[in-house]
Design a protein around this ligand. Structure first.
Ligand SMILES: Nc1ncnc2c1ncn2[C@@H]1O[C@H](COP(=O)(O)OP(=O)(O)OP(=O)(O)O)[C@@H](O)[C@H]1O
Ligand SMILES: [Mg+2]
Length: 386
């Protein structure tokens, strides 16, 4: 059982503190995705787990044993980087088998392992080729294959798909999803890609400046971000944030006034709110609709229209100059510079206090997940079943 347990892990380089105390329980077989702004310490954390850097303080346990001072090769971990770092003068077979050979494994054993991994990754026909004779996606699969043959208990992936073009990213993402289902290995995976994070992760960990902001399932983070940072980080386009203040407090909702003077209900826990509090009103682009059909209505001017075919993004300016984005399904007949009404359901509203902390939403469970996310989940599940 390859559980990974991080207890208050800190890391400094010289006198610069990079990780300020990371605690995380990763269960055997779990797929954990680390996200966070550039420089927040994601790669550093992976390198600590792999044993490539020394932990400054705190403890790291793998399968119930502390491994702080155990050599990388003894940790049962394989790491795949963004740059494939294949040996250029070795063919695919040799690249994949090199680590096993160095470890003194027998020829037959090596051959069996490499062929098995190559079949899993659909690169069995490429074993004689040199890296320069491969596409980027094929090279990345060789790098993954090199990790698989070692039978690790834990895979660490550091942005493995970011060198690939868009179509290949999608394909390789699905392959990694399938591979996880097949091998059942614990995976810790760093990405900057929203869709990778939402579709691959059993759990997403959002890091900010060397600390964990929030960890949870993709939908927990989507529906109940605990602060403005996480709310802005999960979801694309980003959640709209509009300044506002509390007008009234009712039993099960707040009445808030936005900076453009429009008024909305918000179904959140009200016990910490006071009348007059400055708040931030959050609403996701996919929860806005054109027209005044829903309970809260705003008036906005269209400043840009992006037609994607399956959806339309409207960039809108409210009466006070606040900029927001709306994602509508399908095409839109709205024109540039038009003054339109948009509306939303108060159940979809997020409220953040003046410190940026979310007030817990009380009706979020009733909201359906967005069509886009459901579709992606379905596609990944379908691909995994094939
Ligand atoms: N060996 C090192 N010596 C000194 N500082 C380092 C070292 N390695 C990383 N850092 C610093 O630690 C911080 C975190 O770096 P890290 O590579 O972990 O970020 P990251 O979250 O992976 O970012 P990105 O998304 O850009 O890959 C950065 O400020 C970086 O400059
Ligand atoms: Mg990094």
């Amino acid at each position: 059982m390859a559980d990974v347990k991080l207890n208050n892990i800190k890391k400094s380089f010289g006198n610069v503190n990079i990780l300020h105390g990371i605690s995380l329980d990763i269960k055997h077989g779990e797929f954990v995705v680390l996200v966070g702004a550039s420089g927040c310490g994601k790669s550093t954390l992976l390198r600590l787990i792999a044993g490539l850097e020394e932990i400054t303080s705190g403890s790291l346990e793998i399968s119930g044993r502390e491994v702080n001072h155990i050599a990388p090769a003894q940790r049962g971990i394989a790491m795949v980087f963004q740059s494939y770092a294949l040996y250029p003068h070795m063919n695919v077979f040799k690249n994949m088998s090199y680590g096993l050979k160095v470890n003194g494994k027998g020829k037959d054993f090596i051959k069996e392992k490499v062929l098995e991994a190559a079949n899993t990754l659909d690169i069995g026909h490429l074993l004689e080729r040199l890296p320069r004779e491969l596409s980027g996606g094929q090279r990345q699969r060789v790098a993954i294959g090199r990790a698989i043959v070692r039978d690790p208990n834990v895979f660490l992936f550091d942005e493995p798909l970011s060198n690939l073009d868009a179509a290949l990213r999608v394909q390789t993402r699905v392959e990694i999803g399938k591979l996880h289902k097949k091998l059942g290995t614990t995976i810790i995976y760093v990405t900057h890609d929203q869709i990778e994070a939402m579709t691959l992760g059993d759990k997403i960990v959002v890091m900010n400046e060397g600390l964990i902001s929030q960890a949870g399932t993709p939908l927990e983070l989507y529906q109940h971000p605990c602060n403005k940072f996480v709310a802005g980080f999960i979801g694309s386009p980003k959640m709209n944030m509009i300044p506002g203040k509390v007008l009234a407090i009712e039993a099960d909702h707040l009445l808030v006034e936005l900076s453009d003077k429009s008024i909305s209900k918000a179904y959140v826990e009200t016990d910490t709110a006071s009348i007059g509090d400055n708040i931030t009103f959050g609403i996701r682009p996919e929860h806005l609709v054109e027209g005044a059909l829903q309970e809260t209505s705003l008036s906005a001017k269209v400043s840009l229209i992006e037609q994607l075919g399956e959806a339309t993004y409207l960039y809108l300016t409210l009466g006070d100059g606040s900029e927001i984005v709306m994602r509508g399904e399908g095409e839109s007949t709205t024109t540039f510079s038009e003054q339109i009404n948009i509306s939303l359901k108060p159940e979809h509203v997020h409220i953040f206090n003046s410190e940026g902390i979310a007030l817990r939403r009380t009706r979020a469970g009733n909201t359906k997940s967005p069509a886009q996310l459901a579709q992606l989940k379905a596609q990944t599940a379908e691909a995994a079943a094939n």
